[in-house]
Design a protein around this ligand. Structure first.
Ligand code: DHB
Ligand code: FE
Length: 284
């Protein structure tokens, strides 16, 4: 028996969503439609809780700074503390890792010529905890171990969509060569359109976002060819976080000649803070 990837989950990671959850504001008129879009997802996740989540996200100059900028980093620790991003750590559980599978993925993926940075200690910021909160609500402990994969999408140069898709395929091969019957989900997070800085701050492009969701489902190989400048121009400077979704998509069976995934849930909502929120669940 070996491990397998059963599903991929995609979601934005807006920090204000975490604040709304932590302060019990989810029923306020501004937030209600957003959280309503995750109700079915929470039920699905409760029924399909995996043994491990490989959670692809970006650190926002929290664990890493300009001193060291890993393009792709894998968290191999047994535990990750919740980061203090300036207002104290979010009141959510610490994240339990899976050092054995993470070590195996690092070994396998590096041998497949992807140079992952191995991180034995790091705090995790809203990029990782907000997606967990959206899918799990407010549990006293997260329901399964999480392997963080941190991607640099904050400081240039950042990895191409093509490289992200290929990394996903490499992670899939790594998981499938792990000698234990584990149900693994891979999550791609960040995005959708948003720009937090400069004259275009507040930019939202729903047309771009919806087309991205369509193409992520139907033709990820073509989507992976999209250059960064297109994301930046169309979806804003922080919209380029979306390239991370291609890592999760690349780990789905169809990229390795299997059947197309089943889309279990699709949701799109504007606004949440400065950001358009997109969300997909795909099953293999
Ligand atoms: C916002 C969105 C982000 O992706 C982020 O990392 C920080 C802030 C926002 O919309 O406020
Ligand atoms: Fe972000």
């Amino acid at each position: 028996m070996s491990a397998h990837i059963s599903a991929s989950v995609y979601t934005s990671h807006v920090p204000a969503i975490g604040v709304a959850l932590d302060l019990g504001k989810t029923d306020e008129p501004y937030w209600r439609p957003l959280f309503a879009g995750y109700e079915d997802s929470k039920s699905w996740f409760a029924e399909h809780t995996p043994d491990v989540i490989v959670l692809v996200y970006n650190d926002h100059a929290t664990a890493f700074s300009l001193e060291i900028i890993p393009t792709f980093a894998i968290g191999t620790a047994a535990h990750f503390d919740v980061a203090d991003e300036g207002w104290g750590p979010r009141p959510v559980p610490g994240v339990v890792g899976h050092p054995e599978l993470a070590g195996h993925i690092a070994h396998s993926v590096i041998q497949q010529d992807f140079d992952l940075t191995i991180v034995n200690q790091m705090d995790v910021d809203h990029g990782l905890t907000v997606p967990l909160s959206l899918m799990c609500g407010r549990p006293s402990a997260w329901p399964c171990p999480v392997i963080p994969i941190a991607v640099n999408v904050v400081h240039y140069p950042i990895p191409s969509g093509r490289r992200c898709l290929d990394l996903g395929a490499a992670i899939r091969r790594a998981v499938e060569s792990y000698d234990e019957d584990l149900d693994v989900q891979i999550w791609g997070t960040g995005g959708m359109s948003h720009q937090l800085q400069g004259p275009r701050a507040g930019l939202i492009n729903s047309e771009f976002d919806r087309a991205f969701l369509d193409e992520l489902i139907a033709d990820p190989a073509e989507l992976a060819q999209k250059p960064h400048v297109d994301y930046m121009r169309e979806a804003g400077s922080e919209g380029v976080e979306l390239v991370m979704w291609l890592i999760a998509r690349g780990a789905m069976a169809d990229l390795a000649g299997g059947p197309a995934p089943t889309v279990r849930h699709r949701f799109y909502h504007v606004p949440a803070s400065n950001t358009a929120v997109g969300h997909l669940i795909m099953e293999n």
